[in-house]
Design a protein around this ligand. Structure first.
Ligand code: GLP
Length: 237
C-alpha cells in the first residue's frame, strides 16, 4: 500500500485525477471504477476540467460505479446515478452505453447484483478503481462484518452510515436501509485501486487502516491484501 499525504483537499483531488488521467492516456479503453460521496467531488471537477481543456477523452472508456441505494430511481436527486451525472457524466464524452451504475429500483435486485459482476467481467475487469472510506471503514457500501469473498450484493446499511448520509436527504427517515454494492471480492479484482481519505471525521478510519491489521470488522483493511493500492490522504494526522 502506497501512502501519499496531500497538503490540501485540492491537492488530493489533483493527485488522484493525475493517476486516472495517466491510466487513460496509457490505455484509452480503460475500465474505471467510480465512487460517490463528498470526498471525490474535487476529483471529478479535475477530470471535467481536463476534459474541457482537451487534455483527455473518455470516448472509449468504460465505467462501473460502486454502489446505489435500494428503492431509489436513477432520476431521483439523491441517487448515486444522479450524483454521477451531475458531477461527471453530463460533462464528459463517455458513451452512455459505457456508463454503469448498479440499479437499485428493479424487482429482482439479487439478479441485478450478479449481472453487475458479469458485466464487469465481460468488460475485461476494472483497470483502476476509485474508493472513499466510511467513518466505520466501509468501502462501497460493504459494512463492517462483510465477507471479503463476496461479489456484488445487497446489504443493509448500518446506523452510522445512515447517519453520515442523512445530509443528502430531506428527512433522516428517508435514508434508505439497503443498498446494492460491489462486493469486496469485486473491488479486490480491480487491477489498481486509489483510495481517498479526507478530513478529521475519517481520523479513526485512517488510523485503523494505517495499523495494518486485516479483519472483516474493518472492510477497508482487505486492501492490505491487494498488490496495487495508492492511498491519498489529507486533513488527518
Ligand atoms: C458512502 C459511499 C461510499 C463513500 C463513503 C464516504 O456511504 N457508499 O462509497 O466512499 O460513504 O463518503 P464521503 O466521501 O461523503 O465521506
Amino acid at each position: 500500500m502506497k501512502w501519499i499525504e496531500a497538503a490540501s483537499y485540492e491537492e488530493m483531488s489533483k493527485l488522484a485525477a493525475d493517476l486516472f488521467k495517466a491510466q487513460l492516456k496509457e490505455h484509452k479503453q480503460s475500465v474505471f471504477g467510480m465512487a460517490t460521496g463528498g470526498t471525490p467531488e474535487g476529483f471529478y471537477q479535475e477530470l471535467v476540467a481536463s476534459y474541457q481543456a482537451g487534455e483527455i477523452s473518455f470516448a472509449e472508456a468504460i465505467s462501473f460505479n460502486l454502489d446505489e441505494y435500494i428503492g431509489v430511481a436513477p432520476e431521483n436527486k439523491v441517487s448515486y446515478h444522479y450524483y454521477m451525472d451531475a458531477h461527471l457524466f453530463n460533462h464528459i464524452d463517455m458513451k452512455r452505453e459505457n456508463i454503469h451504475v448498479p440499479t437499485g429500483n428493479v424487482a429482482d435486485v439479487e439478479k441485478a447484483a450478479t449481472d453487475y459482476d458479469a458485466a464487469i467481467e465481460a468488460a475485461g475487469g476494472i483497470d483502476m478503481q476509485l474508493l472513499g472510506i466510511g467513518v466505520n471503514g466501509h468501502i462501497g457500501f460493504n459494512e463492517p462484518g462483510s465477507s471479503f469473498e463476496v461479489g456484488t450484493n445487497i446489504v443493509e446499511l448500518t446506523e452510522s452510515t445512515r447517519e453520515a448520509n442523512k445530509i443528502y436527504f430531506d428527512k433522516p427517515e428517508d435514508v434508505p436501509t439497503h443498498a446494492i454494492t460491489m462486493g469486496i471480492k469485486t473491488i479486490m479484482q480491480s487491477r489498481k485501486i486509489v483510495l481517498l481519505i479526507s478530513g478529521a471525521s475519517k481520523q479513526e478510519a485512517y488510523d485503523r487502516l494505517r495499523s495494518g491489521e486485516v479483519t472483516e470488522d474493518f472492510p477497508a483493511s482487505a486492501l492490505h491484501n491487494h498488490p496495487n493500492v495508492t492511498v491519498i490522504y489529507t486533513g488527518v494526522k
